[in-house]
Design a protein around this ligand. Structure first.
Ligand code: HAM
Length: 444
């Protein structure tokens, strides 16, 4: 009886300790960031891999730049909107640093620092995380991922067409079927606004409103600042110029419209003939000077822009010789959302084989076998929890193993194993030496 009481007390004490541990506040990840579980990482890596391959096939080489830079790199020309959203901090040496809000400025800094003697055009691509203190929502995060490319040292319609073609091919390679490519020329609106509006901050605000397509607010601003109504009408007419290539014929002939026509003609030669003109593209970043382009996935809601890019000059701001560049960045997170909206994700089967010993005597043999399978290129795992056969089969199915490799005394006496197809439940006896060949030849 006494013993019983003691046992109960110990049990209760343990329970209290356990619940006290549960009461500790759970630490959550920062707002606007995400954790990615293995199934999702697998899908992301597949998509990323396909886009990387498209870059390599077009002669682009991968670069990697730091996640943080001197904040000046971005404040020099990225524009107020990006500066307002930047994660800025002082390091222990009291230097002002920023988590990169984008990667183009870093690539051009790298070019100026170390690559300016490389043969032109220099074709570089990158994959990395970026940080912007935005209002998080679906498709808009504070940490997000970009795959981008920069074509440095060439300025002509063919170069811009090459960049657009690569962006399109990356998105096709990712497997997305429905997307719309819009191409414009920032020079048309920028030169008009800057020529007519002398105050730089007012001109920048006008461009920002055009970028947000907030023409009501733009009209109010024109009234408040007594800016000419004629200019407003001209700006809105240009910004609303959208459609096939022929819409360019409705505009006054200019260098910019002739240039865009050549871009469209070259794209046709690349087999890309479904792009449209959109002269309202202003882009959120300030460094663009000529052709600008964006790609939307219409199935996404408000955050449907999956890619943005254009031609620009930045090198002279970072202490280099002026050099023309064209580039783009694809929002990997938004591509993933667009793919999900388009089709069911494929089943995630991370293991080819899960080795199951039928009893304790077979465990040593199971470890030897799993090691052999791994060295032969099979993604294999083995029971580490000393479970019985039926629990092991349940586990194999729940972790997405294609086959269970059952090793028992009887099978061993025949130098064999039982191979169980986890989807169909079909079982067959296979020589132990041939398991990897059978599994690998079945394909994944
Ligand atoms: P961006 O338009 O600012 O351009 O970003 C490129 C893409 O990144 C966007 O089209 C979008 O898909 C994705 N993105 C941007 N912000 C977020 C966010 N908060 N959450 C999720 N995705 C986001 C640039 O960054 C330029 N550096 C592109 C470039 C390269 N221009 C010339 N070269």
């Amino acid at each position: 009886m006494k013993l019983d009481i003691n046992l109960t007390m110990t049990y209760k004490t343990k329970r209290i300790n356990h619940s006290m541990r549960l009461l500790a506040p759970m630490i959550q990840r920062p707002r606007g960031t995400r954790d990615f579980a293995p199934a999702e990482m697998h899908r992301r890596r597949q998509v990323e891999g396909a886009m990387r391959e498209a870059c390599e096939r077009a002669g682009f080489g991968e670069v990697l730049t730091p996640t943080f830079e001197h904040s000046e790199l971005f404040t020099l020309r990225s524009g107020q909107a990006v500066i307002d959203e930047m994660y800025v901090f002082r390091d222990k040496g009291d230097r002002e640093m920023a988590l990169r809000p984008e990667i183009t400025a870093s690539v051009i800094r790298f070019y100026v620092n170390e690559l300016s003697n490389m043969p032109k055009p220099l074709k570089l691509y990158y994959v990395g995380n970026c940080f912007r203190y935005e209002n998080p929502q679906s498709g808009r995060y504070r940490e997000f991922f970009q795959l981008g490319a920069e074509l440095i040292g060439s300025k002509n319609p063919e170069t811009d067409a090459e960049a657009i073609a690569l962006a399109v091919n990356c998105i096709r390679a990712a497997g997305l079927e429905t997307f719309a490519v819009r191409i414009g020329h920032i020079g048309i609106l920028k030169s008009l606004v800057k020529q007519e509006i002398k105050e730089d901050d007012v001109a920048a605000e006008v461009l920002r409103m055009i970028d947000k397509e907030d023409f009501d607010a733009l009209g109010d601003m024109f009234d408040a600042k007594a800016l000419p109504r004629k200019l407003f009408d001209k700006i809105t007419a240009i910004a609303e110029t959208r459609g096939g290539m022929d819409v360019l014929d409705n505009l006054d002939k200019s260098e910019a419209t002739a240039y865009l026509k050549e871009v469209f003609e070259t794209l046709k030669l690349y087999g890309i003939d479904d792009c449209s003109v959109d002269l309202g593209i202003v882009r959120g970043l300030d460094y663009y000077t000529g052709m600008v382009f964006e790609i939307d996935a219409p199935k996404l809601g408000a955050e449907k822009q999956i890619m943005g890019g254009g031609s620009y000059t930045l090198s002279e701001l970072f202490g280099g010789e002026p050099v023309f560049s064209t580039g783009f960045a694809i929002g990997i997170d938004r591509v993933m959302l667009a793919l999900e909206a388009e089709k069911k994700p494929t089943e995630y089967m991370p293991l080819d084989a899960y080795v199951v010993p039928t009893d304790d005597d077979m465990r040593k043999y199971a470890f030897g076998l799993v090691s052999r399978l791994r060295s032969q290129g099979v993604r294999a795992d083995v029971d580490l929890m000393r479970r019985n056969l039926s629990k092991n089969l349940k586990y194999a199915s729940s972790v997405g193993a294609r086959y269970a490799v059952i090793v028992g005394k009887e099978e061993m006496s025949k130098r064999s194993v039982t191979l169980r197809d986890m989807k169909t439940g079909e079982q067959k006896l296979v020589l132990a030496d041939e398991v990897s060949t059978v599994i690998l030849s079945a394909g994944r």
